[in-house]
Design a protein around this ligand. Structure first.
Ligand code: F6P
Length: 459
């Protein structure tokens, strides 16, 4: 293989450049050229296919810095339909013109779904990424548990999980953790620690919303910021239990911090916030407003008198506030864990293509004997009977619904990732860069400006 393509699709993460860097480094060793396709699958829809050679003369371009968050080749949520043969054939023709013999797609479940029809036309390998940590399987045969049911639209379908018949074991997880997750947790946990002290001073109840769609991994990891309770989408909300627990904690310490995953659901399984459709072929929705909905609920259930009688604020509205960690979770410098394993997975994806693998994902596995190590898993193994790849949800054994905190298994899961997740250089970076005098006088120089000078087009 002499030349491969690489693209980053879906929502970005802080570790994408690290994955690209790992891939390009390995490609340099194997004397393979790497062409970065601009803005994910979007570049392929354009007949001129904007692209950039990431290793001219097998030397990595200086703009590709593994410590820089985001992706220097841009990302989008554009995907092709599997039955749009005309578009797919146009893609193949464009790959031919670019002399690309294989493709690395850096992405999550949406990207892997999008890669399926493409892999019937060109060798493709997925290098995983997502802050949501929802690309993978809790165990090997998990995809078989999905069931198809008639959907709300005429002739449409919805998918539901059947009962699990497998004894869960952390060592059997396929893709234990995805690059981007550790940094997202680092940002959320830090934010929660900061919200705590202001809630303490002002006798307030904070509801902090974190990302993750329908998977509660980020919410679970946010426990490192020591919130009083964590609400995850996998466990329907028990309002009575929540109100009782909130009052109990408030009585004791005059402040409460609640973390909620953006996809938390009520007892009927409906999301508390609003849902908007996205372009993602995995059917992923854009979620918003879970924390606000929870606040409304708490205001109604606890009431003004409760706060007035305790002389802690004039009303429930004043005392209960919400904050979203938001896109800060997805941006900025990746922490050591993400950088290191993202690079390894990028390198592994190149090796897989070079060895002739097609439609597979590089994965990060964990076991007690070897710790973390890279491996691979067949793309078809992620698909249900109908060919669809679903986002992984957090295994129920990770969470204790009574305590509203991680369970023993959940704690063990997190410890394996976060015990050594931050490097000395991560800390040194803050010391040297945050209050650097130049930040005040020099305008921000976006890497996009430099990469734009290298972008080439097909005629
Ligand atoms: O999938 C990653 C993710 O950050 C989700 O956690 C979140 O719901 C979504 O993307 C937000 O998407 P956007 O950046 O398009 O608002």
């Amino acid at each position: 293989m002499k030349r491969i393509g690489i693209l980053t699709a879906g929502g970005d993460t802080p570790a994408l450049n690290a994955t690209i860097h790992g891939a390009v480094t390995r490609a340099n060793e194997l004397r393979i050229e790497v062409v970065g396709l601009i803005k994910g699958y979007n570049s392929l829809f354009n007949p001129h296919v904007p692209h950039v050679l990431l290793n001219p003369l097998f030397q990595t371009i200086p703009e590709l810095d593994p410590t820089l968050g985001g992706t220097i080749i841009g990302a989008s949520r554009d995907y092709m339909r599997p039955d749009d043969y005309e578009t797919l054939n146009a893609f193949v023709e464009r790959f031919g013109k670019l002399k690309i013999e294989g493709l690395i797609c850096i992405g999550g479940d949406g990207t892997l779904n999008g890669m399926q029809p493409l892999s019937e036309r060109l060798p493709c390998v997925l290098a995983p990424k997502t802050i949501d940590n929802d690309l993978g399987l809790n165990y090997r045969n998990e995809a078989d548990e999905w069931r198809q049911k008639p959907g709300p639209e005429p002739g449409g379908f919805r998918y539901e999980r059947g009962p699990a018949r497998t004894v869960f074991d952390l060592e059997q997880m396929i893709n234990y953790v995805t690059p981007g997750y550790a940094t997202a947790v680092y940002v959320s946990a830090s934010g929660i620690l900061r919200i705590r002290t202001t809630a303490e001073s002002h006798r307030r109840i904070a509801v902090v919303e974190v990302m993750g769609r329908h998977s509660g991994y980020i919410a679970l990891g946010s426990m490192y910021g020591q919130p009083d309770m964590v609400l995850v989408p996998e466990c329907p909300l028990d309002v009575d239990a929540l109100v009782e627990r909130v009052k109990e904690v408030y009585e004791l310490q005059k402040n409460v911090v609640i973390v909620c995953g953006e996809g938390v659901v009520d007892q009927q399984g409906n999301v508390l916030g609003a849902e908007k459709a996205s372009t993602d072929p995995a059917g992923n929705k854009i979620l918003s407003g879970a924390a606000e909905a929870l606040r409304e609920l708490l205001i109604k259930r606890i009431g003004d008198d409760y706060f007035k009688s305790r002389r802690r604020g004039g009303s429930a509205k004043e005392a209960i506030f919400t904050r979203k960690i938001g896109h800060t979770q997805r941006g900025g410098r990746p922490i050591l864990f993400d950088r290191f394993y993202a690079a390894q997975l990028g390198g592994k994806a190149v090796e897989m293509l070079a060895e002739g693998t097609n439609n597979a994902a590089a994965t990060l596995q964990w076991n007690g004997r070897r710790g973390f190590h890279v491996s691979s898993f067949d793309g078809n193994g992620f698909r249900d009977r109908w060919g669809l790849i679903h986002a992984r949800t957090m295994h129920p054994s990770f969470y204790d619904p009574q305590l509203m905190r991680p369970s023993r298994v959940g704690i063990e899961y997190l410890l394996n990732i976060f015990n050594r997740a931050i490097g000395h250089d991560d800390v040194e970076y803050i010391r040297q860069k945050l209050f650097h005098s130049g930040n005040l006088s020099e305008p921000y120089h976006s890497v996009n400006t430099d990469v734009a000078k290298r972008i080439r087009y097909l005629d």
